[in-house]
Write a protein of this length. Structure first.
Length: 156
C-alpha cells in the first residue's frame, strides 16, 4: 500500500476549536498511547459539514469546544434561525441541531466536549441528554482524563 493510500485510510479525529495549542496536546497524547490517527482542526461549520460528508467512515471521534467564535449561526447547514450566541454556545448548538438531532447520520460518532469553560448545571444536563462526554481543561489532570476517555473508546 502506498503512503498516500495509507493516509487516505487512516482514522481521523475532528477537533472543532480555535485553540491550536490543544490540538498539539491531543497529538502528543495519541502518540503516547501509540495511536496513529490524523487530527483535523476545524474552525467553521461548512468545513465540518464537508468533512463529515466526504470522510464519515474515517471519523472515529469529534472533539469540540463550547466556544467557537467563527460559528455565529447554523446558516451554512440551512438553519439560519438558530443562533449560537456569537459563538459562545456553538459547540452545544452544533451538537443539538446537527450532530445529535433526530435522524442524524452522525449520531453514532463519539463526541467529547473539551472546554476551558466551567459547565453550568443546565449545560451538564444537556451533555447527558445528548449522550456526549466532557472534560474541563482548567482542571488539573485533563490530559490523564483524556487518555482514559480514549482508552474507553477502544480505538486501538
Amino acid at each position: 500500500m502506498t503512503v498516500e493510500r495509507e493516509e487516505e485510510m487512516k482514522k481521523k479525529i475532528l477537533y472543532l476549536a480555535f485553540d491550536k495549542a490543544t490540538v498539539a496536546d491531543i497529538k502528543w497524547i495519541l502518540e503516547d498511547l501509540n495511536l496513529d490517527f490524523e487530527i483535523e482542526a476545524i474552525q467553521t461549520l461548512p468545513q465540518l459539514a464537508d468533512t463529515l460528508l466526504e470522510e464519515k467512515e474515517r471519523i472515529i471521534l469529534i472533539v469540540t469546544d463550547t466556544f467557537l467564535p467563527a460559528v455565529k449561526d447554523l446558516a451554512p447547514i440551512g438553519k439560519p434561525e438558530i443562533s449560537t450566541l456569537d459563538g459562545f454556545q456553538a459547540g452545544f448548538v452544533i451538537l443539538e441541531h446537527f450532530l445529535r438531532q433526530k435522524g442524524s447520520s452522525y449520531k453514532n460518532i463519539p463526541v467529547l466536549i473539551l472546554t476551558a469553560k466551567i459547565l453550568t448545571k443546565k449545560e451538564k444536563e444537556l451533555v447527558q441528554k445528548l449522550k456526549v462526554e466532557y472534560i474541563e481543561l482548567f482542571r488539573s489532570g485533563w490530559r490523564r482524563r483524556f487518555k482514559k476517555f480514549i482508552n474507553r473508546l477502544s480505538l486501538k
